[in-house]
Design a protein around this ligand. Structure first.
Ligand SMILES: Cc1cc2nc3c(=O)[nH]c(=O)nc-3n(C[C@H](O)[C@H](O)[C@H](O)COP(=O)(O)OP(=O)(O)OC[C@H]3O[C@@H](n4cnc5c(N)ncnc54)[C@H](O)[C@@H]3O)c2cc1C
Length: 309
């Protein structure tokens, strides 16, 4: 594999990368998809996906990943498992270094390395993820009909998602480490006026407790007093971290959060480099738009390669 060249390399095998792989394979492009873990990306972290079209009863994240992969393989997807550790984009030919010492090159690169939710980093969080600990209210709110949930965070996403949760939950408690929200005034006003939302200020969650599901939270107030809060679920909405360690962020003009800006056709500032899915600088991070952007990126890549030859 050392030093092989492809017209197109797709980096990352989540929904964006797999969809790009499907489009590239079906278009008979000389392509290679590189994934460092398991194909599927973040959807492997979620038990159930209710909002991806075409599955009226919903589908498990694992099964959806398997189906997209099988569809791409039907068209002879060319893929490999490797961790890309660095990327050089200063020449027309792009170079990728792998953790096994090999290097690859390509004319066109689609970056689909995704993102991960910023965790609280407290005991119980990992064990109960998917069992009451969630990082996505848009995805999981309907599972909490008539229940009491906590939202951790004070930014726009947290407050918007708290409001969304009140369509399902009976009560939403926002836990914030400061004494005021960072969310825009209009969102704050709506949240304060919502009878289903209450607030616990100057407080952090120090432990998530439960056996088969979340039962209660251990809280620590800034004045050092501790307390417990019984809840059925907790939504951790304190930000998203990009998977960008291998990217030349200055060359790609990453935004302040480390995400990659693109135009509508997913083209970055570097000719022949596209970015699709959660790694893109954008507001909405869902499977449906990751998949859509993966498709768009391949069409942009085809256009770039045509003009190159
Ligand atoms: C708990 C949870 C529940 C969710 N539920 C839903 C839901 O119900 N509905 C919905 O629409 N969305 C949901 N989402 C959001 C959705 O999963 C993401 O928007 C989507 O997975 C983004 O796809 P992506 O391909 O851009 O990135 P990712 O899914 O993050 O995939 C990126 C891939 O790139 C690989 N990669 C990264 N770096 C490298 C490297 N250096 N070398 C090789 N490979 C690399 C990673 O291993 C990963 O497989 C949920 C997210 C989470 C965390």
């Amino acid at each position: 594999m050392a030093n092989t060249h492809h017209n197109l390399i797709i980096l990352g095998g989540g929904p964006a990368g797999l969809t790009a792989g499907l489009y590239a394979a079906r278009a008979r492009m000389d392509h290679l998809l590189i994934e460092k873990g398991a194909e599927g990306g973040q959807i492997l972290l979620t038990d159930w996906i209710d909002n991806y079209p075409g599955f009226p009863d919903g589908i498990s994240g694992f099964e959806l990943a398997e189906k997209i992969l099988a569809q791409a393989k039907r068209f002879d997807l060319n893929s490999m498992f490797a961790n890309v550790t660095s990327i050089e984009l200063s020449e027309t030919v792009k170079r990728l270094e792998l953790d096994n010492g090999d290097s690859l090159s390509c004319d066109c690169l689609i970056i689909c390395t995704g993102a991960r939710p910023r965790p609280l980093g407290v005991p119980g969080e990992k064990e109960l993820t998917g069992k009451g600990v969630s990082y996505c209210a848009t995805c999981d709110a309907p599972f909490y009909r008539n229940m009491h949930v906590a939202v951790v965070g004070g930014g726009n996403t947290a407050i918007q998602e708290a409001a969304h949760l009140t369509k399902f939950a009976d009560k939403v408690t926002v836990i914030h480490r400061r004494d005021e929200l960072r969310a825009t005034k209009i969102l704050q006003e709506k949240a304060f006026a919502n009878p289903k939302i209450d607030f616990i200020w100057n407080t952090t969650v120090t432990e998530i407790i439960g056996t088969d599901g979340v039962e209660k939270l251990q809280l620590l107030n800034r004045d050092q007093t501790t307390s417990e809060l019984s809840v059925d679920g907790i939504f951790v909405l304190i930000g998203v971290l990009p998977n960008n360690d291998m990217l030349p962020l200055d060359v790609l003009k990453a935004d302040e959060g480390g995400f990659i800006p693109t135009d509508q056709e997913t083209r970055t500032v570097v000719p022949g480099v596209m970015a699709a899915g959660d790694i893109r600088s954008k507001e909405v991070r869902q499977v449906i738009n990751a998949a859509g952007e993966g498709a768009t990126a391949v069409l942009a890549a085809e256009q770039y390669l045509t003009n190159l030859s």
